[in-house]
Ligand binder design. Structure first.
Ligand code: NAP
Length: 283
C-alpha cells in the first residue's frame, strides 16, 4: 500500500494514477471527503487528513510501504518560510509516529542551498528535517515546472510571452507528468538511505523556445518579453499573492538567472523526463 498526498493536484494525481494502473494498492490523502470519491471509484482507499493535522496524517500514513508527500503551495501566507517549517514539523512527526519505511518527497532544483533560492529555501529546510525521521528518503528535486508558463499564456493574444528571466537563458524545466511518473517509480523501487533524483525535462528551455512552441501551437506570432525582477513583487501582489511570497519569487528568479538554482550533481541521480513543452502547453 502506498499513501499519496496532493492527489487533486498536478503531481500527486499522476503518482496515484500511475500506481493504480500498475495494480498497486493506493491510499489517497485528501482533506475533503468529496475529493476522495473519484479515487474510491477507481479502487483507491481514501484517507481524510489535512497535511497540518498530525493525528489524522499519522492515521493516513500507518501501514504503508511508502508515501508520496509534498509541501503544497500557499501563496497568500504572510509567513511562507515559517508556515512551511510548521507544516514540515507535522510531516516529520507523522512519518515517525506511523513508522513509514520510505518517503518520496517532492523537492526542487536548488534545494541543496539554504538561501538565495526563494521558496526553494523551504524545501532545503524540509529535506534536512525529514532526514531525522529514520525513513528511507527519496528527494525528487524537480526542475522549474513547464506548467508555470500557464500564468503567462493570458498575454498570448497580444503576441507576448512575459518572462522575468533573460529570454535567451536556457534552464531546466520539467512537466509535472514526468514528476508524477518518476515519483511512482521511486515508490515501487523502494528506498534505502537517502537518495536524490534530479529531474529535468527532455531539454533545457529558453523563453524564446517556449514562445516558439506557443507560436507553432497557436499559429500566431509570439515573442518572449523580458520584464525586470523589480517588477516581480508589484506583479505578483497584483495577482493576490502576499508581499512576502512575491519577494521570495523575486529571489528565485534572480537565483535561476544567476545559476544558483541549479543541479547539485555529485551523488544525485540525474534523470530526464520525456514530456516536451509542446505537449504541456494547453493552448
Ligand atoms: N512550481 C515549480 O516550478 C516547482 C518546482 C519544484 C518543486 N515544486 C514543488 O511542487 C509543489 C507543488 O506540487 P503540485 O504542483 O503537485 O501541487 P498542486 O497541484 O498545487 O496541488 C497541491 C495539492 O495539495 C493539496 N493540499 C493543499 N493543501 C493541503 C492541506 N493543507 N492538506 C492536505 N492537502 C492539501 C491540494 O488539495 P486540495 O484540492 O484540497 O487543495 C492539492 O491536491 C510546490 O509546493 C513545490 O514545493 C514546484
Amino acid at each position: 500500500m502506498y499513501a499519496i498526498a496532493g492527489v487533486t493536484g498536478n503531481t500527486g494525481s499522476v503518482v496515484a494514477e500511475t500506481l493504480l494502473a500498475q495494480g498497486k494498492q493506493v491510499r489517497v490523502i485528501v482533506r475533503d471527503a468529496a475529493k476522495g470519491e473519484a479515487w474510491r471509484v477507481k479502487g483507491a482507499e481514501v484517507a481524510i487528513a489535512d497535511l497540518s493535522d498530525r493525528a489524522a496524517l499519522t492515521r493516513a500514513l500507518t501501514g504503508v510501504a511508502g508515501a508520496y508527500l509534498l509541501l503544497p503551495p500557499d501563496v497568500t501566507t504572510k509567513t511562507p518560510l515559517e508556515s512551511n517549517a510548521a507544516r514540515t514539523d507535522v510531516l516529520v512527526a507523522a512519518i515517525q509516529a506511523a513508522r513509514v519505511p520510505h518517503v518520496v518527497f517532492l523537492s526542487s532544483i536548488g534545494a541543496q542551498h539554504a538561501e538565495g533560492t526563494g521558496p526553494i529555501r523551504a524545501l532545503h529546510h524540509a529535506e534536512r528535517k525529514l532526514a531525522a525521521t529514520g525513513a528511507a528518503l527519496t528527494f525528487v528535486r524537480a526542475a522549474y515546472f513547464q506548467e508555470n508558463w500557464g500564468a503567462a499564456l493570458g498575454m498570448l493574444p497580444q503576441g507576448v510571452l512575459p518572462t522575468f528571466i533573460p529570454a535567451g537563458f536556457a534552464y531546466p524545466q520539467v512537466a509535472t507528468r514526468d514528476i508524477g511518473r518518476t515519483a511512482a517509480a521511486a515508490l515501487v523501487e523502494g528506498g534505502a538511505g537517502t537518495q536524490i533524483i534530479e529531474l529535468a525535462g527532455p531539454r533545457d528551455l529558453t523563453a524564446h523556445d517556449v514562445a516558439a512552441a506557443a507560436a507553432t501551437l497557436t499559429g500566431r506570432p509570439v515573442a518572449a518579453s523580458e520584464a525586470p525582477t523589480s517588477a516581480v513583487v508589484p506583479t505578483f501582489t497584483g495577482f493576490g499573492l502576499s508581499a512576502e511570497v512575491s519577494e521570495l519569487f523575486r529571489e528565485m528568479y534572480e537565483g535561476i538567472a544567476s545559476g544558483k538554482v541549479a543541479w547539485e550533481g555529485g551523488k544525485a541521480r540525474f534523470v530526464r523526463g520525456s514530456v516536451s513543452i509542446d505537449e504541456t502547453l494547453d493552448i
